[in-house]
Design a protein around this ligand. Structure first.
Ligand code: FES
Ligand code: FES
Length: 162
């Protein structure tokens, strides 16, 4: 435990449910999600905010959970890939990713899908197209084309163009 920090009990609204966790206030949201809540779909790569593998939605916006103290988001809505996957609407993106080669190594894919879903829900959150939105999700293998095709398929299914 770091100097000046005390273990405590905290609450988190995770995937629509209030959950309790205990530990030091500076524990990262990523660690609490994975270690205390057992939701390992959120991956940890760099721990420096660079790779995007740990991306979750905070109040609908994609954030890198490795840099956020879990105690700082009490009362806010956090959604992980597991929570999104339970939503019927999200199935359209899951299917499209499978059909368009958007799923690659599996380590980056959850974070990529979280960001892509946020963009599909509210492009105005981002200053540009999906390619720009994904600039914080590093992937060395896909070239992002399969992901972008997947998003196009979801939008086409909604009757909208990219
Ligand atoms: S683990 Fe959080 S951005 Fe890489
Ligand atoms: S999906 Fe992981 S490096 Fe491309």
């Amino acid at each position: 435990m770091s100097a000046g920090q005390q273990d405590g009990n905290f609450k988190l609204n995770l995937n629509g449910q209030e959950v309790a966790w205990s530990g030091e206030p500076a524990a990262s949201l990523a660690d609490v999600i994975r270690d205390q809540q057992g939701l390992t779909g959120t991956k940890i790569g760099c721990r420096t905010g660079e790779c995007g593998a740990c991306t979750v939605l905070l109040e609908g916006r994609p954030v890198v959970s490795c840099l956020i103290p879990a105690a700082s988001v009490q009362g806010q809505q956090v959604e992980t890939i597991e929570g999104l996957a339970r939503q019927e609407e999200f199935q359209s993106l899951m299917t499209a990713m499978q059909e368009n080669g958007g799923v690659q190594c599996g380590f980056c894919t959850p974070g990529v899908m979280v960001t892509t879903w946020a963009w599909l829900q509210n492009p105005a959150l981002f200053n540009g197209d999906l390619g720009s939105a994904l600039k914080n999700n590093l992937c060395r293998c896909t070239g992002y084309l399969g992901i972008i095709r997947s998003a196009e398929q979801v939008l086409a299914g909604r009757g909208a163009g990219v």
